[in-house]
Design a protein around this ligand. Sequence first.
Ligand SMILES: *[C@@H]1O[C@H](CO)[C@@H](O)[C@H](O)[C@H]1NC(C)=O
Ligand SMILES: *[C@@H]1O[C@H](CO)[C@@H](O)[C@H](O)[C@H]1NC(C)=O
Ligand SMILES: *[C@@H]1O[C@H](CO)[C@@H](O)[C@H](O)[C@H]1NC(C)=O
Length: 358
Amino acid sequence: MVQESGDGEKRSQGLSNSGFEWRSPRLLVCSILLVLLLFYYIDYTQFSEKWATTISLVLTETFTSQTTNTSLALGRLSTPPGPYYVAYPHKYEFVLNEPEKCKQENPFVVLIVPVAPGNAAFRDAIRSTWGTEKLVEDKVVSLLFLLGLPCPKEQENLQESLLQESEKYHDILQSDFLDSYHNLTIKTMVMLEWLTAYCQNASYAMKVDSDVFLNVKRLVNMLLSAPKENYMTGLVTRGGMVMRDPRSKWYLPKQVFAPARYPPYTLGLAYVFSLDLPAKLVEAARHVKAVYIEDVYLGLCMKHLGISVTNPSEGGLFNVYPVQYNRCRYSKLITTTTRSLRGQIRSWKDLQTPGSPC
Ligand SMILES: *[C@@H]1O[C@H](CO)[C@@H](O)[C@H](O)[C@H]1NC(C)=O
Ligand SMILES: *[C@@H]1O[C@H](CO)[C@@H](O)[C@H](O)[C@H]1NC(C)=O
Ligand SMILES: *[C@@H]1O[C@H](CO)[C@@H](O)[C@H](O)[C@H]1NC(C)=O
C-alpha cells in the first residue's frame, strides 16, 4: 500500500463529488434495510473484487454506528472473510512446487516474485534480466515465482502452459488459492510457509514485485553486513494513516482496525528479511486476523511479535516511484519501480556493460 496516493487513489478522489448524500431520513432507513438484506443473503465468497468494493462503498461509518445492531452484518463480514479479511490461516496446497530448489542451490538469498498466472511476459523479462544473476560475490541467489490459481474461465489453457513453463524453468510455485488482488495477503503468507518448509538454510529472502527493477549486486552487498535475525527492511513506512474513505483502494473501517495509524511496515513492492522471520510470522498470523492489505498485515504481525522493522542502511536504496534511468544512480539503488517492461530490460542491460557506472 502506498500512502501518497497512486493513480488509483487519485481516480477515486474524483468520484467523491458524485457520491450520494442522505437527503431524506426515509431514504436512509430504506437503504440501510436494503444493505442489511444484502448482507444476509449474499454469499461473500462469490463476490468478485468489484463487488467487494461496491459493498465497502455503502458500508460507511455512519451506517455501522447508526443502525441498532450491526452484529448481523459484521458477523457475516468476518466468517467467511468478506471484503477486509482473507481466508487465512487455511491449509493451502502447492499445485506446482520446487521442494528441492533450496537443497540443491543452497542460496544466500531467495528472491520470490509474486505474479499473476497469466503474466508470462513479466516472468520472461525477469528471467532474461536480473533473474540471470545467480552468483554475486560468491553468494548464491535463487529465484522463484509465486502464483495462485487462475480464475476458472482462464484455467484450462493457462494451467497447461504453466505446467510446461514450470518443467522448462523449474522456478514456479503455485498454490491452490484464487489469484486476485484481494488475495495478496494469502500469497504472502503462502510464501512464508514455503520458506519455512523448504528453505530454512538460506540467510535471507526478498519479496519483489514483478514490475520492479532489482539491482541484485547492490542487494547482496547490503545483506553481507546486515543483521542475521529479526531483520526486515525495505521502504519503511512509519505512522502510515489508515484510509477511512470507503472509496480508497486501501480502505479499512474502524471496526476492522481502530487506530488512526498503522504500526511501521515495509512497502509491499520489495522487502527483504532474515530467514528466521518466516516461521515467526506464520505463527503470529494465527493470532492476528488477516486483513487484505498484505504489507500492512505483515506490519501488524511484526508488531504482535514485538520485532521492529529496520531502516535501510542508507537512503534511496528502495524507491516506490520510478527513478529515471541513470547508470550511476541505478548502480547504487536496490529497487525502483519502472515505467515499462522494455525500459526495465534496457536499464538492466545497460547497467551490465563494462566500465565504471559513475
Ligand atoms: C448486538 O449483538 C451482539 C451480538 O449478538 C450482542 O452482544 C449485543 O448485546 C447486541 N446489542 C444490542 C444493542 O442489541
Ligand atoms: C541445512 O543445512 C544443514 C547443515 O549444513 C544440512 O544438514 C541440511 O540438510 C540442510 N537442509 C536443507 C533443507 O538444505
Ligand atoms: C481468495 O481465495 C480464496 C481461496 O481460493 C477464494 O475462495 C476466494 O474467492 C478468493 N477471493 C477473491 C476475492 O479472489
